[in-house]
Design a protein around this ligand. Sequence first.
Ligand SMILES: [Ca+2]
Ligand SMILES: [Ca+2]
Ligand SMILES: [Ca+2]
Length: 977
Amino acid sequence: MSMRVEFSVLLIINVLFCECSNVYHESSKIVYRPDDASEYFGYSVSLSKQRLIVGAPKARSRLRRISSGQVFRCPAHDLDTNHNVTCLPIGVSEEIEDRIFARSFAREDLFKDGMWFGAAVSATPNGAAFICAPRWTTPYKDTHLLQNGMCFMLASRMAKEYLPLVDRSRQAFLSDEQRSEYGEFGTHLNYYAYGQAGFSVKVSESSVILGAPGLVQWTGGVVEYRPIDKNFKNSYLSKQTTINSYYTKEVGPDEYLGYSVESGVFDKNGTNLIVAGAPRSHFGYGQVLIFEPSIRENSPLNIKYKVVGDQLGAYFGATLCCTDINGDGVVDLMVGAPNYVRKDGVLHYDQGAVYVYLTNTQETHFSLEARGYISGSEVSGARFGSSIADLGDIDGDGFNDIAVGAPWDDDGKGAVYIYRGGRNGLNKQYVQRIAVEDSRTFGYSISKGVDMDENNCSDLAVGAYNVSEAYIFRCIPTVFVSVSIIVPDAVNLPVNATNFTALFCVNSTPRTTIKNKAEWLMQLGFTARITIDTKENRASFNGDTEYDLYIAAGNENCDEKIVMVKPTADLSRPISIKFYLEDNGSLEDSQKFPQNAARLSADSVLQTSFDIQLRRDCGEDLICKPLLHMSLEPLSSTYVPGTNDTLGFRVSILNSEEPSYGAKVHLTLPSPPKRLPSECSLDDLVVTCHLPAPLSRSESVEWEIELEYTYRDSVAKELKVVANLEDPLYDGTDIERKRRDIAILIKPEAKLAVTGKALPNATVAVTRDKFSERGNMTLVHYFEVTNFGPSDWFRLPVQILLPEKTNLSSQIKGCQELGPSLECTWDLPALVSMPIVLPLRFDMGLYGKLLQDNSQFNITTKVVINLEAQNKTEHITTTLVLEPAPPIWPYVVGGIAGIILLAVMILVFHKYGFFSRNRPGNFNRLKDQETDEASSSGTTLEETRSTDTAEESVSGADEPTFLTETSSRGLLADNAT
Ligand SMILES: [Ca+2]
Ligand SMILES: [Ca+2]
Ligand SMILES: [Ca+2]
């Protein structure tokens, strides 16, 4: 007798699973070194399509015996074969570029000792190198070397120097009365004199921004150049007005604005705004200003937004990075604070952090929303955030990603951390930590990411100046892989079928799109594994259950299997098929970059399962028509917290027709369940319970689900539970039967009481001594508010009416003073008493009169609990009683007796000549001596003061001695002759 069987697809469960390998391939890194000892090689790095530029700002010049600094050009076109590359300083080979540079190099006035040539480098959009020397100086008279700073742009057919701060008339100026922090009116202030232009540099398509932290007594500022055409096709850059930051009240002397610079478009009108960090600004907390520079030199900066650090001395604003990390098309801001310390009770130092701000744009305005900070491994001394670089979107998820350097991580070896952007900002956890064995200060500099090998995935350049090395790490493209099981025509299978066809599919979609390179065939290797009904063995298929699988990016691959079902099997429970992929080995160890490899995206699906339910007993037509009836009721219709009431509900389902298969109920809960029945699973407050299959005629199922009570609130309210029945075999139109909802009333109850006592006593005697001292009387009113339960009470309002003419001598926690009363709010758990101690002070000096007039004074405090259901009041009075005054007759009698006695004594003394003595003869001499001593100590003071003045004038000589703009112009003329 053949059994009637029908196959039906009832359930698919996908399980997310991915062991993603690293984005950057570490073991195939390319190491760059200078051709000869060059100090600080790797202090700055800049990657472009053509090459890697590395600054060595303390390197010795090859032509003269000075340490001008050097900039190196490192070939980066053959990344596959050469893993140790030597870089040559610009100006030594035969290229045109070098010959042009060499001409400038010979100029004595441009290349100088200690100028830090290469302290900041950046590639321009046309492939030129923009190089800065912030300590470049120019002499002033014979007394000063003005550290104006300069930059240099070098391209294949041109070289040009930029000297933005050499204008003689602007080296110094006189302060007016606007800013007292710069000294009084008429103080001589340095302006361009020690500006150090090029301390930091940012080149974008539309501008070159140089940080000049030394401008105006180290207030700092920026210098901006703009190309006359986009993308720097013409090498000419026009200098914009340099704003005198003296007129910007947000910054003051020694605040180093321009220590770091960035730029970006933050608002809808599309202006490229300047972003500059001032790490010593805002009382040492540091701040970052975003501004559009004014046109007039003596106008304030047109500040559009500013962010301020939250820890003193963290050096917030030392580094900056502007890139869109949440994928909304508008740049966001990251601010480095390399000296940030985490405050958690342990003694840390210089761990460093990078703060994240997302930009919200409105029509014409924008604001920045703080989204916390990232902090690497949080190693003390690591200085995480010393460098931040925009890598673009390296894993193809639509959000830009960044690299952050922690150059003193791991005892000074250093590390670079890769963080992924996301909808809500940066992911708190880094995806990769890159370090190099035997390196030092690795990560002091990081270049903006550039795709060198055209796999559409930006590569990473890192400098380590302490070992004179720079490195390139190549990026591995990301591929999304998902597995699925398909059973075609499941419902059309013949009645007596004992097997069915299943397809096991793998789909792979490249996330980093492949372009311009058809031969780039990213391939992934996996071990595939299939399991069928492992517990009961009711079904199987011919062939390997485990096999190797290779798939190229962009392809789908399906393996077909015939699944056989044992004719005698008990098919009342579903048969489960599972399909897994396992990543085939690691890419990490190879010294060679894995050309055709790809890494899996974080959201790849490598495991899936498929449940097949075989139905029976559904009558001659083979179609099951169950009829399910659902009911939902609360376990207690009113729930009083703290009692034995149960918060929860019961859901029951009865089947009145043919067997039911594959039905489930979804329960939307108001709070998490205490425990779940085994047939149920939880996903974000929605519980899904599977009905038994089959659920035969007149069988029923019932679940009771108890809920956690999570509310910290004492207001009555209703909690809603909604049940939705999902029955794949029901084809009726009655939607009502599928949904039930109930409300459970939550009603906190508590019996409250308040008692009180005056301390030390209800009556306090005030002695006459105490009264005449006019001091304070102190006393205490002590109350107790008790919650006799059953529920905890949250935000209990208590009013305390304070006595008149009396002060409360300390603040009471949880209370606000409102006129003569305190309005307090406390949480009071059940069966707990809350003591209220009110220390009171009666000022005898102010109110003693009131006590004297009535010889007593009442001090009354009242405590009121005012709830809807109950009203409790308690008051305490302390009575001050003044000691009665002593009678006055003993004084009167005594006084008269005294006067008589005195008269008798005067008479006696006079008779014996007691009142006719001379003044002592040495009194005047003594007086002279005192005057002498006073005047001699006065002289000493005077001398000290004059010494001070001398010192001041000596130290003053170190300062520049420019007087006025006119005098400095006059001097310029002297030099010319
Ligand atoms: Ca954004
Ligand atoms: Ca990304
Ligand atoms: Ca690449």
